[in-house]
Write a protein that binds this ligand. Structure first.
Ligand SMILES: NC(=O)c1ccc[n+]([C@@H]2O[C@H](COP(=O)([O-])OP(=O)(O)OC[C@H]3O[C@@H](n4cnc5c(N)ncnc54)[C@H](O)[C@@H]3O)[C@@H](O)[C@H]2O)c1
Length: 380
């Protein structure tokens, strides 16, 4: 089998993680690494470059993986495509709109394939929820709340993460993951973005929030704090659809619960969510709806029709209420590793057949960046 040859630029924390997981794939071979800072002399049997420009000229390499701090992404991605390479670029796609636009232009000019590592789209919980949402059986997504309390114990004060000229700031460096998932789940485009932030000192803006209004009725709020001990690290994502409520836990989603008004034929799809356990099922006709207290006058006739539920002015068919939980049984590391394998395999499918639709297009990544920039009071 012809193996795709990968060269990794940036062999720090995440570059090593990618190498670890990609080395387990049959049709992939990491053959080269470039890192300016670490002065590696030998890494496995790889070709080691100290200048990334030499790596992108290496004729043996098919795909360049760019895993350097964000401010370097655009220059490296454009140069790699112009040198004839396909690119798997780390998020964020860039730290400003002009750089992102340049990547889009070079991609069109060269026709090289590129994706951006918004790997949470490959998480099996998110993937199934995207598909169920797309089927229309949950109705419209109206409200999303992302609360992300991350630890900062491993982020020293002089880490590039805190330097917004390098990272773009928390919204750009990190928030893009969550803007991207909500974009994917809601299948809507942002219209208006407001942001607010707090800083612990004049160098570390460590708590950021955004309120985003989308074009088909979704409003989403986001909060990211890198200001607590690891013990309190916690991420929750709440999704409010016309016909369902979903609570997801984990920045890498690992478990959660769902309740939905549905018909039995649509409820079958819930079984595809990893570790799905139905905990309760009631028929709407028999279940009490206590949203109106005893003695209240008649409601609208349409709402009380059999197998009919009205939400947001839309009449849906539903005859039962299903409650359930879901949970991935693998470790977080395994799920993460599988996600980064899948995005690389997806890119390869797109290299082999341009009609294969990438789960994360460059346009998706640019849209997440635009929201992040607006939330950081920067123009797009
Ligand atoms: N998709 C994800 O889930 C995910 C997770 C973590 C990090 N990331 C992204 O990966 C990127 C790197 O993050 P990290 O945590 O590995 O950072 P890091 O600081 O651990 O590693 C970055 C590496 O890039 C090298 N580097 C810097 N400038 C270079 C240059 N000019 N040429 C070659 N190498 C250079 C550094 O020496 C370092 O080894 C960032 O964009 C980050 O947002 C993505």
């Amino acid at each position: 089998m012809e193996k795709y040859k990968i060269g990794i630029i940036g062999y720090g924390g995440f570059g090593k993680f990618l190498d670890h997981w990609w080395s387990k794939l049959d049709n992939i071979e990491v053959i080269a690494v470039a890192d300016s800072g670490q002065h590696y002399h030998k890494i496995k049997n790889y070709r080691v470059y100290h200048d990334w420009k030499e790596l992108i000229e290496d004729q043996k390499i098919d795909i360049v993986s760019i895993v350097t701090p964000p401010s370097l992404h655009a220059e490296m991605a454009c140069a790699a495509m112009l040198a004839g390479k396909h690119v798997l670029l780390e998020k964020p796609v860039a730290i400003c709109r002009e750089d992102a636009r340049r990547i889009l232009e070079v991609q069109k000019q060269t026709g090289k394939r590129i994706t951006v590592n918004h790997m949470i789209r490959y998480n099996p919980i998110i993937r199934e929820l995207m598909q169920i949402g797309e089927s229309g059986s949950l109705g419209q997504l109206h409200h999303a709340v992302v609360n992300n309390y991350a630890q900062d114990e491993s982020l020293a004060e002089n880490h590039w993460f805190w330097d917004e000229q390098i990272s773009g700031g928390i919204m750009v460096e990190h928030g893009v993951h969550f803007f991207d998932i909500i974009n994917a789940l809601g299948r809507q485009h942002y219209q208006k973005v407001n942001g607010a932030s707090q800083s612990r000192n004049d160098k570390q803006r460590d708590r950021v929030s955004a309120l985003v209004a989308y074009d088909k009725g979704l409003t989403a709020s986001y909060y990211h704090a890198f200001s607590g001990p690891g013990f309190f690290e916690r991420t929750t994502i709440s999704l409010v659809y016309d016909l369902a409520r979903v609570e997801i836990e984990g920045w890498m989603p690992m478990k959660g619960k769902l309740e939905a008004l549905t018909e039995s034929k649509n409820a079958e799809a819930f079984k595809r969510i990893p570790g799905w356990k139905e905990t309760k099922k009631e028929f709407i006709a028999k279940a009490g709806d206590d949203s109106r207290p005893e003695g209240w006058g008649e409601g609208s006739e349409s709402a009380s029709e059999e197998n009919r539920v009205v939400a947001g002015g839309i009449a849906y068919k539903a005859d039962q209420i299903i409650h359930g939980t879901f949970e991935i049984t693998q470790s977080k590391g395994e799920v993460y590793g599988k996600c980064v394998q899948e995005i690389l395999l997806d890119l390869i499918l797109n290299i082999e057949d341009q009609n294969h639709k990438l789960a994360v297009t460059i346009e998706d990544a640019v849209e997440a960046l635009e929201i992040a920039l607006l939330a950081s009071d920067k123009s797009v």
